[in-house]
Write a protein that binds this ligand. Structure first.
Ligand code: AP5
Length: 219
């Protein structure tokens, strides 16, 4: 299965992607996590994108597309993947179609997580992430760790992302509406979009997504 998750910042893409990827046996590929891992490891790419992420801007397409293509070329993504945060504009969506087409593949579905804006603001304000593993995500109220400030999974330190400050979140939401929302129309024309109501308990949303996926029963 080759799946794209789309939705505003804080919609729960990372949360659902981790659960769905495990259930479906495919890797969770998050461009945001890849950038954050590069930043924490101090790589050249990390230094190049650090300021952009801090300000909530979009990393230039050529950098993002090259990084995503490189990740999708890894053996574990050969039979499928769940993309989170990519593509984020029409140019990236076209590049992904091209990349998949070269291997004779196409997307299975695009899961559009629908959440009201006041809810995403609350989710982002309380989000805490693990420094050791950016895939481990908590919320001070909705998904609190057993010990405040400590990751339940690996014991890493929990922190608040630089780009989760109120002004930056507003900017990220604007960019989402301007740049990313149009890809939903692009994929709708290809008959790929499945809209999921993403309010309510996390496991229920995962079940809704699994039920809506074309081949989920077989996976
Ligand atoms: P990225 O990491 O992709 O950020 P985002 O798209 O803004 O999404 P978020 O990570 O903020 O939210 P999410 O939907 O994953 O929500 P989560 O599951 O954490 O990108 C970061 C930056 O990298 C970008 O701003 C850009 O600079 C750069 N970048 C990345 N990709 C790029 C690209 N393709 N092109 C250019 N630049 C790119 O959940 C949020 C919170 O809610 C958590 O605390 C969670 O515990 C809680 N929660 C989740 N589900 C529920 C629920 N059902 N009920 C209650 N709480 C919930």
């Amino acid at each position: 299965m080759r799946i794209v998750l789309v939705g505003p910042p804080g919609a729960g893409k990372g949360t659902q992607a981790a659960l769905l990827a495990e259930r479906l046996g495919i890797p969770h590929v998050s461009t945001g996590n890849l950038f954050r891992d590069n930043i924490s490891q101090g790589t050249e790419l990390g230094r190049e994108v650090q300021q952009i992420l801090r300000e909530g801007g979009l990393v230039p397409d050529e950098v993002t597309i090259a990084m995503a293509a490189d990740r999708l070329a890894q053996p574990d993504a050969g039979d499928g993947f769940l993309l989170d945060g990519f593509p984020r504009n029409i140019a990236q969506a076209q590049a992904l179609d091209e990349l998949l087409g070269e291997g004779g593949h196409k997307l299975t579905a695009v899961l559009d997580l629908e959440v009201p804006e006041d809810e995403v603001v609350k989710r982002i304000a309380g989000r805490r992430m693990c420094r050791k593993n950016s895939g481990h995500v908590f919320h001070v109220e909705y998904a609190p760790p057993a010990v405040p400030g400590v990751c339940d999974v690996c014991g890493g330190e929990l922190y608040q992302r630089d780009d989760d400050q109120e002004d930056t979140v507003r900017h990220r939401l604007e960019l989402y509406h301007q740049e990313t929302e149009p890809i939903i129309g692009y994929y709708r024309e290809q008959g790929l979009v499945v809209t999921i109501a993403a309010l309510g308990p996390v496991p229920e949303i995962t079940q809704r997504a699994l039920a809506a996926l074309p081949e989920a029963d077989a996976a």
